[in-house]
Write a protein that binds this ligand. Structure first.
Ligand code: MG
Length: 259
């Protein structure tokens, strides 16, 4: 079911989003070569709880950690591991969510570990930029699949692959609500967007093929050709004008010229 939030519910989701934005900002300062992905998850969980929130990923469909931590060719749903150490030159995606007073927020960032190649940095930057291109189309009266078309229009000239097996989603009391929010062009328009809908927009972009496969652990998706993959996600609020990005800090919104 697609849910329309009341102004009070929107306010709680805004608060959840601001906490999650702070968690991501604090986590970005912790990423360094030599740490394990388990260690990064431990820091993430402590940060979430220090803000009085529940880590929404922990136990979700049996997921064992507070963050999905995906390294290099891992697209999403990487499982934190005590024996998986980040190395200089890696890229690492951290996807995590919080529950605040019963309301959810979901966001992901991809970070450089130490010094990375220009090609890897470009992938991270273009992936983030494709999110901002996509949400230009996230306006009341438009259709949800306009967002994916805008993301695809932005990404295609770079020759990257857009992951199609996984998509964004509505969000509210539940982490995954309707509608689905694809990051690519669909023949269908999808539902009409309305004020006070809240959705998570999350382009997953591979340097090579768009195709992915599931890893042996049954959770993690990796790019089918082993190429690097980046992920960028925020929870947004549909308004009559430009959407409000709930999971970005005021200074980040200023930097990216969004509401
Ligand atoms: Mg999500």
């Amino acid at each position: 079911m697609v849910t329309i939030k009341s102004d009070h519910e929107v306010q709680l989701m805004r608060e959840a989003g601001q906490i999650l934005a702070k968690v991501h900002m604090e986590l970005s300062k912790e990423v360094r070569p030599g740490m394990s992905t388990w260690e990064l998850d431990q820091i993430c969980e402590k940060l979430i709880r220090s803000h009085g929130c529940i880590p929404s990923f922990k136990g979700y469909e049996g997921f064992p950690a507070s963050a999905c931590i995906s390294v290099n060719d891992e697209v999403v749903h990487g499982i934190p591991d005590k024996h998986r150490y980040l190395q200089e030159g890696d890229i690492v995606s951290v996807d995590t969510g919080v529950i605040w007073k019963g309301w959810q927020s979901d966001a992901a960032r991809t970070h450089a570990v130490g010094k990375i190649s220009k090609e890897a940095q470009d992938l991270i930057d273009r992936t983030r930029e494709s999110f901002f291109a996509g949400i230009q189309a996230a306006v009341a009266g438009g259709h949800v699949n306009d967002i994916g078309r805008a993301i695809e229009d932005y990404i295609i000239p770079y020759g990257y692959g857009i992951v199609e097996d996984l998509v964004g989603h509505g969000i509210g009391r539940d982490m995954h609500e309707e509608p689905e929010v694809p990051n690519f062009t669909c023949k269908r328009k999808g539902i009409r967007l309305q004020k006070n809908m809240t959705i998570a927009v999350e382009p997953m972009i591979n340097m090579g093929t768009w195709q992915v496969r599931e890893a042996e652990n049954g959770w993690t998706y990796v790019s089918a050709d082993g190429s690097l993959s980046a992920h960028y996600e925020n929870t947004i609020l549909i308004t009559d004008g430009q959407p409000e990005v709930l999971s970005l800090l005021p200074e980040e919104k200023k930097l990216y010229h969004v509401n």
